[in-house]
Design a protein around this ligand. Structure first.
Ligand code: SF4
Length: 330
């Protein structure tokens, strides 16, 4: 049996504002097996980044609050660790790559110093020469000559800056890498290079990864499993084959695929998903997708669907709990 590295159980996260309490996660269940990549897909506001920040325990202080649920890393509850233990765990066991390399790097320190900083924090016994050697190794690993370690972030292109961010994230060889839209800020050709490099490094080190993205093409290239997220819930989960080749899907997943251009078909217009995600301050009482769903039924307005599981594939939709109404196919 495959070993679970990360397990998230029934996670509910609330953001408190001056006027409102907004639920960003409404019972997320997820797991990542050792050495595998999970793609977390969904539109802006679905709760993808909140899920990753919860794992890192980096939700904004006093604003982002875990109301319920548990997160385990190798069986150890992250919710129960002290802040000092969490600081050691970040970088060592779990690292995160943020979307925009411009804001992830410190403009007044050289890139070499920024890689060295994490090494010094996590390996206090390493001498200066060993740290420098490791900095050189990490720079080489992400394809940047070590001679450039004395330069500042502004002297690098966007793609190179993101490579340095990846070098920092991988410097301590974490077991789990949370990559939050790591290539969104880059142009398309550089995106492909950075993704290929991340995939190679992941294989080399045996790192597990959660790749947060809205790009299904990226998911198909490098993920083993896919979780589709909508309004703070995982609404469909399965292997890449279940999601890309299977024929039973949540209506939202069908909408996502319908919004992608297909070069093999003559289509005059794409089919976007009409409407907007529900206001998290006043979510619907039944299915979160009900206002936009072309297959909605009476039950969908009042009853939140449970996940219907079949093998490695699960779908949270009444159509699957009531198969007599017909499965949803793409
Ligand atoms: Fe549509 Fe109902 Fe399924 Fe929600 S539960 S996705 S409203 S059919």
């Amino acid at each position: 049996m495959t070993e679970k590295l990360l397990e998230i159980r029934d996670l509910h996260v609330m953001y408190r504002t001056d006027d409102d309490e907004i639920y960003a996660l409404n019972g997320v269940d997820l797991s990542v097996e050792a050495g595998t990549t999970l793609g977390l897909v969904g539109e802006t506001g679905a709760g993808k980044t909140t899920t990753a920040l919860s794992v890192m325990r980096l939700l904004p202080d006093k604003v982002g609050i875990v109301k319920k649920g548990e997160i385990f890393l190798e069986g150890r509850s992250l919710m129960r660790l002290t802040e000092a233990d969490m600081r050691l765990l970040r970088g060592n066991d779990v690292s995160m790559i943020f979307q925009d390399p411009m804001t992830s790097l410190n403009p007044i320190h050289t890139v070499g110093d920024q890689i060295a900083e994490v090494l010094k924090l996590h390996y206090p016994d390493l001498g200066g020469d060993a740290i420098e050697a490791k900095v050189d190794e990490m720079m080489g690993m992400v394809g940047i000559p070590a001679e450039r370690k004395g330069e500042y972030p502004h002297q690098f292109s966007g793609g190179m800056k993101q490579r340095i961010v990846i070098a920092i994230a991988l410097a301590c060889n974490p077991k789990l890498l949370l990559a939050d839209e790591p290539t969104t800020a880059l142009d398309v050709t550089i995106q492909a290079q950075v993704l290929k490099m991340m995939d190679e490094l992941k294989r080399k080190f045996g790192t597990s990864m959660i790749l947060i993205t809205h790009d299904l093409g990226v998911v198909a290239q490098i993920c083993d499993r896919v979780a589709i997220m909508y309004a703070g819930e995982i609404i469909e989960l399965g292997t890449v084959e279940d999601i890309f080749e299977g024929r039973r899907h949540h209506p939202y997943t069908i909408g996502l695929f319908g919004s992608i251009p297909d070069m093999t078909k003559k289509t005059r217009r794409l089919s976007p998903i009409e409407g907007l995600m529900p206001d998290p301050a006043s979510p619907p009482s039944g299915c979160g997708f009900v206002e936009r769903c072309p297959r909605r039924m009476e039950i969908c307005f009042g009853v939140s669907p449970d996940a219907a599981v079949r093998g490695t594939h699960s779908v949270r939709c009444h159509l699957f709990a009531h198969p007599e109404r017909g499965a949803t196919t793409r």
